[in-house]
Write a protein that binds this ligand. Structure first.
Ligand SMILES: [Zn+2]
Ligand SMILES: [Zn+2]
Ligand SMILES: [Zn+2]
Length: 250
């Protein structure tokens, strides 16, 4: 069963809340890649990458979107020079161009940061001293500095970096279940808890949001317009329907 807050249709499979509420949402305008005028675009700012594909050897490689210029980009495999995109001021991508992989948006997850290059290599950037992960994933050998990456298939992580980022106070933390990414269902208000468990909505807080305490119920907003300074971010697993979440505060 979908989450109460979940949208049945979304341009992004993993992002089931209103894309207008995402960190990158930039409103209507022209896509930096396909030059199509569109109703909704996503800003290519810090943490965004432009993805090039070598015309000679077809190797894909990334260049940071911030401060991006037309200077020639060199294929790291064969050295072929490619013209840089002219992205313009305040560049933004349409949804189809992001989905098709012309850009990538860095994400933070419960197993560490994922840039485009991490995604292609099939691992997260890692977490210090991580000792266990979930069934279906394995830990990489620890780096000398103690950071431990989690091995996750490239196709799973590439879809994640081709998804908008949800807005939080302290930073997103995308969750996983059943060896894949969970679907982001939005910020929960009290009615979402009630929808999920009418008999005992307060128990859901403890069950779903790791580390939550019973007194935090008073911090759950009554409706999306009411800002308590606390955010409760909910995810659903498409495979087993499990719901998990995390919370933060200003
Ligand atoms: Zn486009
Ligand atoms: Zn090449
Ligand atoms: Zn699951």
């Amino acid at each position: 069963m979908p989450l109460g807050s979940e949208r049945s249709s979304s341009p992004f499979r993993l992002y089931r809340a209103a894309v207008e509420g995402s960190v990158e949402y930039a409103g209507p305008g022209v896509c930096a890649f396909c030059r199509t005028a569109t109703d909704g675009r996503l800003a290519l700012g810090v943490g965004a990458y432009v993805i090039y594909r070598c015309t000679m050897c077809e190797q894909s490689f990334a260049a940071g979107a911030a401060g991006h210029d037309r200077r020639v980009k060199t294929c790291p495999r064969c050295g072929t020079a490619e013209d840089g995109y002219r992205l313009g001021d305040d560049p933004a991508t349409c949804y189809p161009c992001l989905r098709s992989g012309r850009a990538a948006l860095t994400k933070d997850t419960e197993f560490g940061m994922v840039t485009w290059s991490d995604a292609v290599q099939g691992r997260t950037h890692g977490v210090p001293e991580l000792t266990r992960t979930q069934p279906g994933f394995s830990l990489a050998d620890p780096h000398p500095d103690g950071w431990v990456a989690v091995n996750i298939p490239p196709f799973v992580l590439l879809e994640l970096v081709r998804t908008p980022t949800y807005r939080t106070y302290q930073g997103e933390e995308w969750l996983f279940c059943c060896a894949t990414t969970m679907l982001y269902g939005g910020r929960w208000t009290k009615s979402d808890f009630v929808h999920h468990a009418p008999a005992d909505p307060e128990a859901v807080l403890i069950e779903v949001f790791e580390g939550a305490q019973p007194w935090m119920w008073n911090q759950v907003p009554d409706d999306p317009q009411y800002d308590t300074g606390w955010g409760f971010y909910a995810f659903r697993c498409e495979l087993c329907n499990r719901i998990r979440g995390h919370f933060d505060m200003t």
